[in-house]
Design a binder for this molecule. Sequence first.
Ligand code: HQG
Length: 183
Amino acid sequence: MLTKEEQRISKTISYALRHKPEEFGLVLDTDGFVALDEFIEKMNHTAALNLTIEQIHSLLTRSDKTRWEITDQKIRAVYGHSTKQKIQKESVLPPEYLYHGTAHRFLTSILSQGLIPKDRQYVHLSQDTKTAMIVGKRRDASPVILRVSAQRAATAGIQFYQELEGIWLSDAIAADYLEVIED
Ligand code: HQG
């Protein structure tokens, strides 16, 4: 568990890497990465933080979710981007089914329009129903779980992208590929 102060710092990091890098003087590369030393220096300078590499690693490993990825001394947000420049991802063939947890109040709209990324660049999908349930609970105490016929959608040309820890992203998914799971 992160302390309240650590949660605040973690949210600021995600905000910079997902939404507004320019507010912190950062430029993400096409894959969403920024050099870790530059990231720390600019965040400390513009957001009055006191980040160190050790602290970022500690936030990452002690958090409930893997929101950032650190590799080759660079850092990026794993998902959730809303920056104007779309983060490039390599599509892969998904498993037969993926899942999406959402609120009941969105269901009519989703079953007519399909799943759309809304304010983000990609639709967020989970590998199992348990994780989809946790995502859905952010918006509804008793969420709806949609089963996505991911392989069938991929065959029809919809792109899917695999991220860390069972997270999948995708482009918009038409309603034909969605089914409400009854529990
Ligand atoms: C809904 C958090 C109406 C969609 C979470 C969702 C996850 C539609 C909302 C991650 C729709 C978008 C992502 C349509 C989609 N009509 N509503 N046609 N299509 N929606 O936050 O999947 O803690 O962008 O069902 O835990 O809820 O921030 O996506 O309810 O891991 O790291 O529009 O964000 O992680 O909401 O969550 P979001 P999400 P963090």
